[in-house]
Design a protein around this ligand. Sequence first.
Ligand SMILES: [Zn+2]
Length: 264
Amino acid sequence: MNYRCPVCKKALIRKEKTLVCENRHCFDLAKSGYVNLCRNFKPTQGDNKEMVASRTAFLEKDYYRVLADEMVAIVRQMKPEVIFECACGQGYYTRQMKAAFDGEMHAFDMSREAILYASKKDKESSYVIASIFDLPVFDESADLVTVIFAPTAVEEFHRVLTKEGLLITVGPGADHLFEMKAAVYDVPYKNEDDPAVLEGFELKEQRFVKDEITVNSSEEIQALFMMTPYTYKTSEKDMAKLRALKELKTQVHFSICIYQKKVC
Ligand SMILES: [Zn+2]
């Protein structure tokens, strides 16, 4: 599959270590194989090195294995030809899904640090620095789009999906990390996990997967917390409670929504 030039929207053709369009806009492939097709790229956008390292330390311990296994099972059953993994981060789910089917896996993320890590670790998928709201691809070019714990770029996903293509979104289920919240907050709340209504899509199925994990170091507990939105809105007093935890047994609970693109 050819990417689309982010400047003039013509096809990018590979010439040795470069992708080039007919208007001679050039994009070099990095040594690890990824390409930066982000318009107005800023090195500081997306997760920084520290965030990527912390997330990697947590995910690579397979605490979220139950979700990875379910995504692999879905891909194995669907047998798509082309997957776009949007907001792929360091590629933890990407490379496992790629191993489950024979087609093309293209993964996009804003963070250069995350894409750099992913492209070093996984030589089977194609990694691209790009905004998921402005994908450097042509219309109707993937039959599956996946987005795990990231915003849903509804219009853009609708544009890039083939007719009747599928969109899979993953977010927290009601009980996700409830015991972690109970350890930190006086009044912990369960998550809302009703499926979102997405314009141009029909919800085919919502399924849940659940596990119980024991996180047994202070560093990993903090890494887990940093992966959540709570990290931005927690007081110093509550953060101190988190830092004091040496072990955390908690539920992980994921909501997986499968939508089909409506044919107009
Ligand atoms: Zn161009």
